[in-house]
Design a protein around this ligand. Structure first.
Ligand code: AMP
Length: 469
């Protein structure tokens, strides 16, 4: 298979670049995974879903991808939370890493080849700290071993800065007062009684946050690899520190060819976060919506732009997916043989080409989905005119099956059945109450709400009758 010319936005250069792996069509990809001390919210899920879709896309167009993700199962956040809960940090981390695997399974995130827990790579971490100490990049203080950023000339080359800003993931800056430079970060923290620790040549202790990732990637990929992903809040200091450590250890540059940073999921313009309140866990979200609805919500915007979540966004998501499903249902169950007019063939060809071309250009999902909407609108008209043959209907259906292998936004198993969204069912019940109480204005308002989902209600002597618009 000839590889398409794929471009992606690279934080390192600040521009879109042609994706040319270091080794033919093989791509080594590493994405920062969670610190396992709590349930994940739907903002965290954005990264998981984006990279799940991106990897499935790359594979579908001919790349071979090895997708590695770390799990931070030893960290200050885990230790603090474990103390609050009166359990050991190890037990807390096990509970929430198991929970994470369940969350990913419920979301259909299946592209990751290997989840690597930090505590399984202590030997590799110690080896890196040792090499950095031996070569003079690291120095020792009372509470741990630190990296001296003044020794690495490229410090700041990813983020374009060397100091913190408001939105950085700051919770893990190391504040020892005797540090040589303000930005020096801890590689190995010396033992504190009652906290987990491991033996090392420099003394008992535990790893700093940044060194986990480079130890794991060096183990699997060596000193250089193709793509590193994560949230934009990780650019500084976390990813900057990864470059600094690993390029110092290996003497090879760049550590990573393409850096992909996913934008925040916001709510009322604010980053969704555990600390800011107002977050929605994946588990809670999936009580109201399907995994397909969540995946479509997270995948429909450009991956490095912010995505604002609101109830009205979900109305749009629900209505759009329902429109897709309705058309596919018609395509699948249409009984009449029909005869395809000559115009279908070029339309179909163009839709397929445009869809994959837009994805090749910086994985532009909003444009790619727009291509599909346009196509489905044209197909709907042709279906009404009975101008789609059974053979062509089968081909169109297969096209959507193929696309769904990337995005998993349509539940094909449920297509045969007419599925009225739960929200609509709930609104019909609410309207029934208003009708009983003769609250006609409120009843009309609820009807308008229902119409936003693409349904309408008619009042008959036997009660409300729900219809698709
Ligand atoms: P945290 O648990 O806050 O350390 O976040 C874990 C991962 O999720 C990091 O890679 C963050 O960049 C990412 N993340 C956290 N909050 C959001 C959000 N609101 N939108 C997108 N990504 C997020």
């Amino acid at each position: 298979m000839k590889l398409p010319r794929v471009k992606i936005y690279n934080t390192l250069s600040g521009s879109k670049e042609a994706l040319q792996p270091l080794n033919g069509k093989k791509i080594n990809l590493f994405v920062c995974g969670p610190t396992v001390y709590d349930f994940l919210h739907i903002g965290n899920a954005r990264i998981s879903v984006i990279f799940d879709c991106f990897v499935k896309y790359l594979k579908q167009v001919g790349f071979e991808v090895f997708y590695l993700q770390n799990i931070t199962d030893i960290d200050d956040k885990i230790i603090v939370r474990a103390k609050e809960k009166g359990v050991s940090p190890q037990d807390l981390a096990t509970v929430f890493s198991d929970e994470y695997f369940k969350e990913m399974a419920s979301l259909g995130v299946t592209a990751v080849n290997k989840y690597a827990k930090a505590t399984d790579y202590i030997k590799e971490i110690i080896s890196q700290v040792q090499r950095l100490s031996d070569t003079g990049y690291a120095y020792q203080l009372l509470d741990g071993i630190y990296f001296d950023i003044s020794k690495f000339r490229g410090y700041g080359k990813l983020s374009g800065r060397t100091a913190l800003q408001a939105e950085d993931s700051v919770s893990r800056i190391d504040y020892a007062k005797d540090k040589r430079n303000r930005g020096d970060f801890c590689l190995w923290k010396f033992e504190t009684p009652s906290e987990p620790s491991w033996d090392s040549p420099f003394g008992k202790g535990r790893p700093g946050w940044h060194i986990e990732d480079t130890a794991i990637t060096e183990h699997f990929f060596g000193p250089q690899y193709d793509i590193h992903g994560g949230g934009i809040d990780l650019i500084f200091p976390h990813h900057e520190a990864e470059i600094t450590q690993m390029e110092s250890v290996s003497g090879k540059s760049p550590l990573v060819k393409y850096w992909m940073h996913v934008g925040f999921l916001t709510m009322n313009g604010q980053k969704m976060s555990k600390s800011a309140g107002g977050m929605i866990t994946i588990n809670d979200f999936l009580k109201r919506y399907s995994p397909q609805q969540l995946r479509f919500l997270l995948a429909k915007s450009l991956w490095h732009s912010p995505l604002d979540y609101s109830e009205s966004t979900m109305i749009e998501v629900t209505a759009t997916l329902e429109r897709f499903s309705e058309s596919l249902r018609k395509i699948k169950t249409g009984k009449k043989p029909g005869r395809s007019a000559g115009k279908l063939k070029p339309l179909f060809k163009k839709a397929g080409e445009d869809f994959y071309t837009t994805l090749a250009d910086d994985f532009n999902t909003p444009k790619a989905f727009a291509v599909l909407f346009e196509f489905i609108t044209q197909i709907n008209t042709m279906l009404e005119e009975n101008a789609v043959s059974k053979t062509d209907a089968g081909k169109i259906y297969q096209f959507f099956v193929q696309i769904n292998r990337i995005f998993n936004i349509i539940d094909f198993k449920k297509l045969g059945k007419t599925t009225i969204p739960n929200e609509v069912k709930g609104l019909v019940k609410v309207r029934e109450q208003h009708r009983k109480l003769k609250e006609w204005v409120k009843s009309d308002e609820v009807r308008e709400e229902i119409e936003k989902y693409g349904y309408t209600v008619q009042d008959t002597r036997d009660g409300q009758v729900l219809k698709k618009i």
